[in-house]
Structure formats: C-alpha cells, structure tokens
Write a protein that binds this ligand. Structure first.
Ligand code: DC
Length: 227
C-alpha cells in the first residue's frame, strides 16, 4: 500500500530555500523527490505552446490531465524535465512562466487534475515533496511536515543574487514588490491557499544557512525514526 510509504513535506513561499533543502534532503535519505511547483510551471508553458489562455479553466484542466511530462535523472542528482519530449528544465524557471504558474495554480479544476499525478510520486523507499499544499492537501498523512518561511526582503535578496549571477539586469525593489504580490495571490486564493498544516513544524530560514535548515529538518526526521 502506498500509504505505508513515508512522506516528508516541505511547504512554503518561493525563496524560502525549500527547493534546495528538499532536493538535498531527498538525496541524503535516498528518497524520491517531487517538485510540485514544476508541474504548475510546466502547465503554464504547455498552455503558451498550445495557445490556451491562462484563465480558460476547462481547457487548462484537460491539458493538465493529458500532460506529456517526464522527470528523469541526469547525473549528480540533477533532474531533466521533458515536456512532449523537449527539455524544459531551464525554460520553466523564468519569471514569466513563474507568474503564469501562479495564475493556473489558482484554478480548482487544474489543481484536482494534477492531484493524482502528484500522489503517484509516492514510491518506495520514501518521498520528499516540495510545494505549497503538500502537507495540507496532497499528503495529509505525511510523517513530517515542514513549513519553511523567510522575510520577503530576504527572499527577494536571494532571488536578486541568483539573477545577478546569471547576468540578468534586475532591480531589488521591484523584486520585493513581485514577491509580495505573489505571496498575496498564493495565500489569498480560495483553493489550497499557502498556509502551514496544523501539525507542521514551522522554520524561519531568514537568518539560517541551507546547511542549518537541513540539519534541523534531519533532526526532526530522526525524532520520527525517518533518518
Ligand atoms: O515553487 P514554484 O515557484 O516553482 O511554484 C510555482 C507556482 O506554483 C507558485 O506561484 C505557486 C504554485 N504552486 C502551488 O500552487 N502549489 C504547489 N504545490 C506548488 C506550487
């Protein structure tokens, strides 16, 4: 029974470091990894490719249900994401796709079309699931639920350094505004809003390094006999 396979969920807003931490945690435990945000990003990209409007809920839900997407390992723990056979690992990470993902993620029919696809990642020996509603909706029976946050300013600063490093021309103040607007949309939506599960462990990463966050999660996992 898949319900016997342990799940650790890591939810929180973008820039909290959850993607990096969840990847490292999965690698350390030797477990499977679900990047649920990537599914919403892939859907936004597929919509653009197929000329589906980002508010056409019915067509988006049917696109989500039939999405030809594959996640494959590519050495050193890196994952390659294929949409209809095309490598989209890089292109789903841009700001436009991120904004589109946030819009499609607000649609109830889209979320339910992607639900089973996310549950299917629960495979032996265990799963680390990264997202916004992993602990509240998709895996409510997870053995450990972490809600990772950081201040909007710190998250914007991290994103700023990341984009600068790629040579992009970015403005810190507008990044802070964008992050606040995204938070507002993600926390205020009626379906599966971004909020900690009642039984989640809350962690604020504003003043912590990735290693420190990982260490705390591993000690919570050990207390539950998961690590
Ligand atoms: O984590 P991310 O930035 O890749 O997520 C992209 C968008 O998808 C984000 O705006 C919120 C949404 N999302 C969601 O609604 N539920 C999830 N489980 C994961 C992401």
């Amino acid at each position: 029974m898949s319900a016997e396979i342990s799940v650790i969920t890591i939810d929180g807003p973008s820039g909290s470091g959850k993607g990096t931490v969840a990847t490292l945690l999965a690698r350390q435990l030797g477990w499977n990894f679900l990047d649920s945000g990537a599914l919403y990003r892939i859907l936004a990209l597929a919509a653009e490719k197929h000329g589906v409007a980002l508010d056409d809920e019915v067509r988006l839900a049917s696109l989500a249900a039939s999405l030809d997407v594959r996640f494959g390992a590519e050495g050193e723990g890196a994952t390659v994401i294929l949409l209809e056979g095309e490598n989209v690992s890089e292109s789903i990470r841009n700001e436009t796709v991120g904004a589109g993902a946030s819009r499609v993620a607000a649609l109830p029919q889209v979320r339910s079309a992607l639900l089973q696809r996310q549950k299917d990642f629960r495979m032996s020996p265990g799963l680390v699931a990264d997202g916004r509603d992993m602990g509240t909706v998709v895996f409510p029976d997870a053995r450990l639920k972490v809600f990772l946050t950081a201040s909007a300013e710190e998250r914007a600063r991290r994103r700023f350094l990341q984009l600068k490093g790629k040579g992009d021309d970015v403005n810190l103040a507008s990044l802070i505004d964008e992050i606040r607007a995204r938070d507002e949309r993600d926390t205020q939506r009626t379906v599966a809003p971004l909020k900690p599960a009642d039984d989640a462990v809350l962690l604020d990463s504003t003043a912590l390094t990735i290693e420190q966050v990982l260490e705390r999660i591993l000690s919570e996992a050990a207390r539950r006999d998961l690590a």
